[in-house]
Design a protein around this ligand. Structure first.
Ligand code: UDP
Length: 239
């Protein structure tokens, strides 16, 4: 029985979350938790595309402040997302889930070169696709990469897994009076100047009508709750 609210999803995972309790790199326990949740989701018959960040390894902007050429720094950041994608695909395979890494720029045999139709074909065959390398272009983020890919592969929703459990009126770590939105429109995000994703990513979702659910991915089981349509996290859409 398919109890899922969505047929095809784009799951965005942050690179930073992959660090777990560490200061840097990849925490195998966190990776395995993610793999277990994704396995259950795949078992529900949901088509899953994943975009994962690279901030646990390298960020182009912070490289630029240390004297790196911005474009080269961004390229390093995009390669960091490939490293994370390989780690996640490895954990998924170990958990018995068919997973494949596609890359935004050519780098066979590390991953297959991405195109929309190949990604959809693989998902329809029951494979989890991990869309690595961001957009392939500097000056973008993996949030923009996931908006772009989510729109391209015609996902029903982008699930943005973060460390916080939704969108708040203010930063809940700084302002104890901050309250959480169950639902919010893109317009209101702009009006209130809320920092959910970078503006490029937010605008792409708004213009192309891709809803987002922002939720806490670091609590095991939450992904499944979102997929079943349980009211956790914050739902962002045009209405
Ligand atoms: N990046 C890029 N183009 C893209 C996606 C990512 O240049 O389309 C680079 C950028 O330098 C960014 C880094 O990759 O800082 C890591 O991605 P991001 O910071 O979005 O990862 P996260 O913060 O989600 O871990």
């Amino acid at each position: 029985m398919n109890e899922a609210k969505y047929k095809r999803v784009l799951l965005k995972l942050s690179g930073e979350s992959l660090m777990g309790a560490q200061q840097y790199g990849i925490d195998p326990a966190r990776l395995n938790d993610y793999a277990a949740d994704i396995k259950t989701a795949a078992g529900m018959g949901i088509q899953i595309a994943i975009v994962i960040g690279g901030g646990n390894i390298f960020r182009g902007l912070s490289g630029a402040t240390k004297g790196f050429d911005r474009v080269k720094g961004d390229q390093m950041g995009m390669l960091a997302t490939v490293i994370n994608s390989l780690a996640l695909s490895s954990a998924l395979t170990a958990a018995g889930v068919k997973a494949r890494v596609l890359t935004a720029t050519r780098m066979e045999p590390i991953g297959e070169y991405y195109n929309k139709w190949r990604a959809i074909e693989l998902m329809e065959q029951g494979e989890v696709v991990i869309l690595s390398g961001g957009t392939g272009n500097p000056y973008f983020t993996t949030d923009t990469g996931s908006s772009l890919r989510g729109i391209e592969v015609e996902a029903d929703v982008m699930l943005k897994g973060t460390r916080v459990d939704g969108i708040y009126t203010a930063d809940p770590e700084k302002d104890p009076a901050a309250t959480k939105f169950e639902k919010i429109t893109y317009d209101e995000i702009y009006r209130r100047g809320l920092k959910v994703m970078d503006l490029t990513a937010t605008t792409m979702c708004m213009e192309n009508n891709l809803p987002i659910v922002v939720f806490d991915m670091d609590t095991p089981g939450n992904l499944l709750k979102v997929l079943r349509g349980e009211p956790i996290g914050t739902y962002v859409s045009n209405e």
